[in-house]
Design a binder for this molecule. Structure first.
Ligand code: UD1
Length: 371
């Protein structure tokens, strides 16, 4: 019986892969989990596997960091023999990281030789900003995939507008929310030292990692200065992505971390618990925009565009005025604070209901030769 091969590569993939693997197992469908190793250290990878109960990968490609070209190429070289050996019925790729595109590209060239088909989970999201590496990864992965599993209705519209045949598109809903709803009780019950220190007080959570924000010293200084400004009203918890940590040091901006509650990258449960209790979240992450929308926590996104517009039109998200300025970020944050939080799920878009992984596995079963 040919397995369903599921690819996980980087931190934002792990919460999407966890419920898909669980749903395959619940349906007794053989699966083969590949970890490309794009993210590799304990804080960015291992802790997500243990907290989310993801089984150990059947194969670890160990590619590590590198330039976009070398990282993508290394995943491709390492993935090709795995595909030839396992001959899966489906290759399931999620999200928009380099590993997503690399594995979809390899599978598309071996489609006929191995008999596999490609399913893209989180298909159809578009920022229309081609300077983002993730946008390149999203558009190309969608072109290469046989089955496009969309998280929201705007994603379907984007694909149809690009001329994708409607038969290739299936609405799945947002699989990340399956993990959020499963983990929320544990997240709320968690008592990490940071959570204990902040309990009962208003606080903000900030995350930052987009190259377009953190690789530019002036922009990084503006953002950090605005977060320092926010500490005049409340503590700001700032878990630092490794890329951001490197840039802060390189640009000599360490003093701007002092007023902030800067931490190492957090595990999933603690990050979710902190978001759920926050007065406001400031971020440039895609996943955090979605999580805050379901949690009902106001969010300010530090980007010019978002590929997740439903978080703005239906959810609790807003974009900070562009170009970013200290005053603009603070004004948007104050407006978000004035808006306040809403009850869990009251702004959740259609299909962000904890059952996306069931719909994904049902689509694979109905269209392909699984089990
Ligand atoms: C990647 C994804 C991005 C995603 C983000 C979430 C692409 C193009 N980008 O960006 O879509 O939102 O992950 O985290 O795929 N590093 C570590 N430990 C690790 C992993 C990385 O220290 O476990 C360091 C690397 O050495 C590198 C930096 O962090 O210097 C950035 O890692 P990289 O994989 O290049 O991209 P991200 O910025 O994490």
């Amino acid at each position: 019986m040919n397995p369903v091969l599921v690819v996980a590569g980087a931190r934002p993939n792990f919460m999407k892969v966890a419920p898909i693997v669980a749903a395959l197992e619940a349906g007794h469908i053989p699966r083969f989990l590949v970890h490309t190793g794009q993210h590799y250290d304990a804080a960015m990878s291992d802790t997500f596997f243990s907290e989310l109960g993801i089984p150990a990968p059947d194969r670890h490609l160990g590619v590590g960091s590198g330039s976009h070209a070398s990282q993508t190429a290394r995943v491709m070289e390492a993935f090709e023999p795995v595909l030839e050996e396992t001959r899966p019925s489906w290759v399931v790729v999620v999200g928009d990281v380099n590993s997503t595109l690399a594995c979809a590209l390899v599978a598309s060239k071996l489609r006929h030789a191995t008999g596999c088909r490609i399913a893209h989970v989180e298909a159809g999201l578009r920022s229309n900003d081609w300077s983002m590496p993730e946008e390149v990864n999203r558009v190309l992965t969608d072109r290469l995939s046989d089955l496009l599993l969309t998280p929201s209705t705007d994603a379907e519209q984007n694909l149809l507008r690009e001329g994708i045949e409607p038969e290739r598109i299936v609405f799945a809903g947002n699989v990340m929310i399956d993990t959020l709803l499963r983990m929320l009780p544990a997240a709320r019950a968690m008592n990490s030292p940071t959570m204990v220190r902040l309990a009962g007080k208003p606080y903000a959570v900030a995350t930052l990692h987009r190259p377009s924000n953190v690789d530019d010293p002036d922009k990084l200084r503006v953002i950090l200065t605005s977060l320092c400004g926010l500490t005049r009203s409340m503590p700001v918890v700032f878990p630092l992505h490794p890329r951001t940590r490197q840039r802060v040091t390189e640009f000599g901006l360490e003093s701007l971390l002092e007023p902030l509650t800067a931490t190492e990258p957090l595990g999933y449960t603690e990050m979710l618990g902190l978001q759920a209790g926050a007065a406001v979240v400031v971020t440039d992450s895609g996943g955090v925009q979605e999580e805050t929308t379901v949690l009902g926590i106001p969010c300010v996104t530090l980007r010019e565009t978002t590929e997740r517009p439903v978080t703005v039109t239906e959810g609790t998200n807003r974009l900070a005025p562009w170009p970013l300025t200290e005053q603009g970020i603070l004004t948007a944050t104050n407006a978000a604070l004035a808006q306040g939080s809403v009850p869990l799920g009251s702004r959740a878009p259609h299909g962000w209901d904890g059952r996306a992984s069931e719909r994904i596995v049902a689509a694979l079963e109905s269209l392909g030769s699984v089990a």
